[in-house]
Write a protein that binds this ligand. Structure first.
Ligand SMILES: Cc1cc2nc3c(=O)[nH]c(=O)nc-3n(C[C@H](O)[C@H](O)[C@H](O)COP(=O)(O)OP(=O)(O)OC[C@H]3O[C@@H](n4cnc5c(N)ncnc54)[C@H](O)[C@@H]3O)c2cc1C
Length: 529
């Protein structure tokens, strides 16, 4: 079945919903999500949204902190858009009913997070993303021109006459639909699930990057993955995020002997950039042979429980008192800085296709994202992509200095040697916090083979179930991350090579984009389950 809409948006997180609102008066908008509408990384965001609205703050200061965190690889023009337009869009969120925390006088309260030089993080206790999503969803639901279809997984982009003409969708009931639209936005979020240890929910399998890559669209900077230092680390339990705002409010990292240790690894101590803290934790654990903890026992217990109710509840469910106990922590994959390469209007290398939010690589995060800048990115660039989708069509102005095509792996027809869980374990082991050439080589051999086998199965029309598509996304994105990580022989931001531990601006102050060889006009065949 084929249906027609003016605009199709894939994803109902902050970027997708904000884009939908920008398009509300421009035609019929269809928002597709593979899960429930509020099931997204956005709904999990705890700490808050960074925005230069405080009396002691300015867009210049916010830009300086963003550029410093990005470790020499931010796109400065994109950063200026983010920090200068951020305040306007954040005020709009407040006007639309988002209830951020306020001080005793009713003024917006700003939280502090690592690598921010001032308090600038608007928050709604420790469930900021849920509150923003609630407000956006309430607004979207009231607009008749915006239709939302849950449980609809986009599995292919339709490319016709060199432009994106829409998407192909697999419903949870096994039905297959084609949706044609004059502009398509990918707002599919992150890819944390590519790694065994992750703070991300199940939806974050990198589908947008995989869809775009298969359609010959440029993707860039995928070696830059942010590993959050403090996820709750309990055997057999998912890695629940313990927000950086905890350390912003005074929580300390300690080793098993109760010693604070982070100043041994960086002068900024517990508030050093995330990648530095994450590696510090791993090194300290290796040096002391024991677990690492977060402690808030020296803080006022009533304040801790009131400021972090969601985290306190998650700890309580694990039998831990956030305000009193030592909380075991470890790093976990959290955010992918790279993605589908876009300009500052969300345009991609394929006309008719836009990308915004975590799936996009606007260049605002460079090699490492400043905490709480991603909700802001989704908000600002979601709105801008929506504006561009109904404006006059212009070609994207993309930044990468180099575009490469990874060699096509031979199409393997035998059984795929890897299962989804093997891919995730391999990525964590060999393409995680500490990378080196032998480990990356080993990972690439396995991932190339699995990717080749997946494409062969796809060409044969044998990729049918949601689990098949999930596997395809994990393998496609994992392989792209591994190749990019092997190529970049330096350490910068979230990318750390033990065999090239130093930043090398002479050779590597560049963005590298990859693309698959141009694809034929028709998408791969898809069969009903
Ligand atoms: C635990 C946690 C805490 C965080 N805390 C913060 C924070 O405090 N501040 C901050 O700035 N950032 C934070 N982040 C990051 C931030 O939440 C995300 O980067 C941001 O919300 C991404 O928004 P998005 O709109 O791009 O994608 P998402 O919110 O992830 O939405 C993606 C949407 O795409 C849909 N989708 C995916 N694939 C398909 C497909 N194939 N077909 C159809 N639909 C699809 C999903 O179902 C979902 O609706 C946090 C992330 C996590 C995981």
């Amino acid at each position: 079945m084929t249906v027609h809409r003016d605009f199709v948006i894939v994803g109902s997180g902050i970027a997708g919903l904000r884009a939908a609102l920008a398009l509300a008066d421009a035609g019929r908008v269809l928002v597709l999500t593979k899960a429930e509408p509020l099931d997204s990384n956005t709904g999990y965001a705890q700490g808050g949204i960074a925005v230069a609205l405080g009396a002691d703050d300015s867009p210049d200061l916010h830009a300086a902190d963003t550029l410093a965190a990005g470790d020499g690889l931010c796109d400065e023009a994109a950063v200026r858009v983010l920090v200068e337009e951020g305040p306007r869009y954040a005020r709009e969120l407040v006007a639309w009913g988002t209830r951020f925390d306020t001080d005793a006088e009713g003024r917006l309260a700003f939280g502090r997070e690592a690598a921010h030089s001032v308090r600038r993080v608007l928050h709604a206790r420790d469930a900021t993303g849920r509150e923003i999503a609630r407000a956006l969803w309430a607004r979207v639901s009231a607009i008749p021109s915006i239709e939302v279809q849950a449980a609809h997984r986009v599995v292919d982009l339709i490319v016709r006459d060199g432009r994106c003409a829409g998407v192909r969708v697999l419903g949870d009931d096994g039905t297959v639909e084609t949706i044609e639209a004059r502009a398509t936005l990918l707002a599919t979020g992150g890819a944390g699930q590519v790694f065994q240890e992750t703070t991300n929910p199940a939806i974050a399998t990198g589908d947008g990057v995989a869809l775009a890559y298969r359609a010959g669209v440029r993707v860039a900077d995928l070696e830059f993955v942010q590993f959050h230092p403090t996820a709750l680390k309990l055997a057999g339990a998912p890695r629940f995020l313990l927000s950086e705002a905890l350390r912003g409010e005074g929580a300390r990292l300690i080793n098993q002997r109760d010693e604070p240790f982070m100043t041994r690894y960086d002068a900024a101590g517990d508030l050093a950039p995330r990648d530095v803290v994450a590696r510090g934790i791993e090194r300290e654990a290796a040096a002391t042979g024991g677990p690492i903890f977060l402690t808030l026992a020296h803080l006022d217990a009533a304040f801790v429980r009131a400021r972090f109710p969601t985290i306190a509840e998650a700890c309580a469910q694990a039998g831990l008192d956030l305000a009193r106990d030592r909380i075991p922590v470890g790093p976990a994959a959290h955010y992918v800085m790279g993605g589908i390469e876009t300009d500052v209007w969300g345009r991609t290398s394929l006309p008719g296709l836009f990308a915004a939010g975590e799936v996009a690589c606007t260049g605002v995060h460079g090699a490492n994202r400043l905490a709480s800048n991603s909700l802001l990115e989704g908000l600002v660039f979601g709105a801008r992509a929506g504006d561009a989708m109904h404006g006059p069509e212009r070609p994207a102005v993309l930044r990468s200095s180099e575009t490469v095509a990874i060699d096509e792996p031979p199409g393997a027809t035998g059984p795929v040697a890897l299962e989804a869980e093997d891919v995730r374990a391999l990525m964590w082991r060999s393409v995680g916090l500490f990378r080196d050439r032998p480990g990356l080589d080993e990972a690439i051999v396995a991932l190339d083979r699995a990717f080749g086998a997946f494409r062969a199965t796809l060409a044969a029309g044998e990729v049918r179930t949601a689990a098949d598509w999930r596997f395809g996304s994990l393998v496609t994105v994992g392989r792209l991350v591994a190749h990019a990580a092997r190529r970049r022989e330096e350490s910068r931001g979230g990318h750390f090579r033990t065999d090239f531990p130093v930043r090398d601006d002479v050779h590597w102050k560049v963005h590298v984009a990859e693309r698959l060889q141009p694809q034929p006009d028709t998408a791969a065949p898809l069969q009903r389950r």
